[in-house]
Design a protein around this ligand. Structure first.
Ligand SMILES: *Cc1c(COP(=O)(O)O)cnc(C)c1O
Length: 450
């Protein structure tokens, strides 16, 4: 078997009409070349030369794999509502429409219709954000990490930032408070101890080098037991005596009161503003339930300083984000977030309704049982908190294999495995996906060796 036994590119192209029709001649040629190269390697290693039909089949799968997007929709049956790995918040219908409308054509992104002159994209969401939060001014950036970095850079570069040792956190995706601080060019001044930090620790740490006090939400962990830290109002009062502003990184933040939904207390944006943080930073796609964005609200002078900083240009939001954010904020303004914003609809879903859906699924697939379990909010908010749910539990011989088959469906279903059972939580499955979920379940269960 020699390299000469391999067909030429042209010879293979002659048998590739179907591929050329689907993928185009250029891409098909490229895929053929790649597969011929691999085949040459096989021959050199002493393996046989693949037949032309085999080479064409390989070329077809190469082309498929090139053109299958790696970013695809999935069904989230995990019960984790703000699932960072699965894209965090699903958008409301009107947020989707707003994005679509702006994506399809031109828009007033930086245009004033009244005067017919250049406008400023950074003002679109300001009205709604100030109204909802009670803050004087607002600025939207690309994500909350960027918002915190911008605030630290603009307010504290070359100077000191005081942070309690209880708040030197790392959240998912490598966002670490000490590292972000270093990136901003500010110096971290650690205050207090791992479990207890007192106001007097901040008092002792304040000096003429202090530019800012940073308060960071613990995000995905919880300190329990012998623990304390000063409140935001205490920090603001202390800072005020020394003209040192407080930056409050809420992480998720919320406009709605989570305790009304059987959850623990998640800090609310309005409270942070009322307690006079100079800037409050939070995410657009955590409990707000909108697009990826970083939202900064606060005092006019401080927000203007951030808006005018060169870094603001590098972290500005795009028009799709702004369109979706505006539509999401409108739901809050019209007091309809609980029914219109999917994240809140999921949080508010009652156990009887969840049981009904799980039971309907069970009947439709003809197996499994409905069991009580817990859903979680996720997204670095409300650690250790969960909501009672009713889900479909499938006991099969090989749960990991079933979970894998569910992931390999055309519309993948992401499930959870617990106690040797595959669990599907209706709380995070959008109602309009029910049919697709059931079709996918039937397909995956019907393959043999369940
Ligand atoms: C999530 C989070 C961030 C980062 O927000 P992104 O929108 O993901 O960039 C920053 N700080 C805290 C405390 C968080 O929980």
């Amino acid at each position: 078997m020699t390299l000469r036994d391999l067909p030429s590119v042209d010879a293979l192209l002659q048998g590739a009409d179907r591929l050329i029709a689907t993928f185009g001649r250029t891409l098909t040629t490229q895929a053929i070349r790649q597969n011929l190269e691999a085949a040459r390697g096989e021959i050199r290693r002493g393996d046989g030369a693949p037949a032309p039909e085999e080479l064409l089949a390989r070329t077809a799968s190469t082309l498929e794999s090139w053109l299958t997007p790696t970013l695809r929709p999935v069904i989230n049956a995990t019960g984790v509502i703000v699932h960072t790995n699965l894209g965090r918040a699903p958008l409301s219908t009107s947020a989707q429409h707003a994005m679509q409308a702006v994506a399809a054509g031109y828009s007033t992104l930086e245009y004033e219709l009244g005067s017919g002159s250049r406008g400023d994209r950074s003002h679109h969401a300001e009205q709604l954000l100030t109204m909802l939060s009670g803050a004087e001014a607002a600025l939207v950036v690309n994500n909350n990490a960027a918002g915190v970095l911008l605030a630290l850079t603009a307010l504290a570069q070359g100077r000191e930032v005081l942070v309690s040792r209880t708040q030197l956190i790392e959240i998912g995706g490598g966002f670490r408070i000490p590292e972000i601080l270093q990136q901003s060019g500010a110096t971290l001044h650690e205050v207090g101890t791992t479990n207890r930090t007192h106001l007097r620790d901040f008092e002792d740490a304040l000096s003429e080098r202090t530019a800012l006090i940073l308060r960071a939400h613990h995000s995905n962990f919880k300190i329990v037991g012998f623990a304390t830290e000063p409140s935001l109002s205490e920090l603001v009062a202390l800072g005020g005596q020394h003209e040192v502003p407080v930056l409050d990184d809420l992480g998720s933040g919320s406009f709605l009161d989570t305790t009304l939904y059987g959850l623990g207390h998640e800090p609310m944006v309005q409270d942070s503003v009322r307690q006079r943080a100079a800037v409050t930073a939070f995410s657009g796609d955590k409990l707000l339930g909108g697009p990826q964005a970083g939202i900064l609200v606060g005092q006019t002078a401080v927000i203007e300083q951030l808006r005018g900083h060169p870094m603001a240009r590098a972290v500005r939001p795009d028009k799709l984000c702004l369109a979706a954010l505006l539509a999401t904020l409108q739901h809050y303004a019209q007091a309809e977030a609980e029914t219109e914003v999917p994240v809140w609809r999921m949080i508010a879903a009652g156990e009887p309704a969840l049981m009904q859906r799980a039971e309907a699924w069970r009947q439709a697939v003809g197996q499994g049982e409905v069991v009580a379990s817990r859903s979680t909010v996720g997204g670095g908010s409300l650690p250790e908190e969960s909501l009672p749910t009713q889900l479909l539990a499938l006991r099969v011989a090989h749960p990991t294999r079933l979970a894998q088959r569910l992931r390999q469906l055309a519309l993948p279903i992401i499930a959870r495995i617990e106690d040797e059972r595959v669990l599907l939580d209706p709380r995070t499955v959008l109602p309009e996906q029910d049919e697709a979920l059931l079709a996918g379940l039937r397909e995956a269960l019907s393959e043999k060796a369940g």
